[in-house]
Design a protein around this ligand. Structure first.
Ligand code: SAM
Length: 266
């Protein structure tokens, strides 16, 4: 098994890919209802602004925070393009220290990336501290058993094939700049005891048909089961923690790949 230090891949070409091609998804409308109901709001791990930019474009009072300066630069650019200039902060969530307090904090696809479990625990506490009394944290998290292939690697003896072999780049996508982009992802390691996966992403960029850039980035991801995350939120100080299904407000089911945790600071 390759030990991979906690790190995130949202830099360089990967950040550009997010800004160019990740602009839709059910999360945008789902998280928006919470932001509309409680402002000011903070989008933690806002990335290139997939959620934040449509929110500020609609006049909602939302600040952003992310650990990646590259993602934040794309976010600022996209916000500017819709005539908005939200407060954007470059901070890791476990060190969050902002001047404002919020009615709502959203974290979409951000918990457990490139961090240690201790940092995740600290992050939940920092999020709690940044809420006004009565404020809500809305956080999504993919369940560890979401991917049948990777879940099949948890028992002893099943991980001999790791790290997965490098793959050729996936389908090329044409950017608005006329260049083509493609990614190839592979699983490097899975540690069921530490509940952590490590991934590699190989990003490519072609200009007029010639490969002009290639980057390899790594990402560690901490995996959390529902009961564990509820307990962590309670330990962070939240008195009321509700779990909902995959962006549908229904009670969670065993078939949901993502769960949404709505935690209230009383
Ligand atoms: C999967 S992307 C999601 C971006 C955005 N929330 C969205 O849904 O489009 C994850 C983001 O989390 C950020 N991130 C990872 N670890 C973080 C940390 N410890 N603190 C703050 N942001 C972090 C990454 O830089 C990246 O922008």
């Amino acid at each position: 098994m390759i030990p991979v230090e906690p790190q995130s891949w949202h830099h360089g070409l990967v950040a550009r890919w997010w800004s160019l091609f990740r602009d839709s998804g059910p999360e945008i409308a789902y998280f928006r209802q919470f932001v509309e109901a409680g402002q000011p709001a903070l989008d933690v791990a806002c990335g290139a602004g997939r959620l934040l930019v449509p929110y500020v474009e609609a006049g909602l009072d939302v600040d952003g925070c992310d650990v990646s300066p590259d993602m934040l630069a794309f976010c600022a650019q996209a916000a500017e393009a819709v005539g908005a200039s939200p407060n954007l902060h470059c901070q890791a969530m476990h060190e969050l220290d902002l001047p404002r307090r919020y009615r709502t904090i959203v974290v979409c696809g951000g918990l457990g990336l490139g961090s240690t479990r201790e940092q995740d625990r600290l992050a939940l506490r920092r999020l709690y501290e940044h809420l006004e009394p009565g404020g809500r944290l809305v956080l999504d998290n993919e369940v560890p058993y979401a991917n049948a292939t990777h879940w099949g690697l948890w028992p002893s003896g099943r991980r001999d094939g790791l790290p997965e072999s490098p793959r050729p780049p996936g389908a090329r996508r044409l950017g608005p700049d006329g260049d083509e982009y493609a990614l190839a992802t592979r699983l490097l390691s899975l540690d069921p005891l530490r509940q952590q996966e490590a991934w590699e992403m190989h990003a490519h960029r072609w200009h007029e048909g010639s490969l002009v850039a290639e980057e390899r980035h790594r990402l560690t991801s901490n995996l959390y089961f529902c009961a564990e995350l509820v307990m962590m939120l309670e330990r962070a100080g939240f008195s009321e923690v509700e779990v909902r299904g995959e962006y549908n407000d229904a009670p969670p089911t065993a078939d949901d790949s993502f769960l949404v945790y709505v935690a209230t600071r009383t």
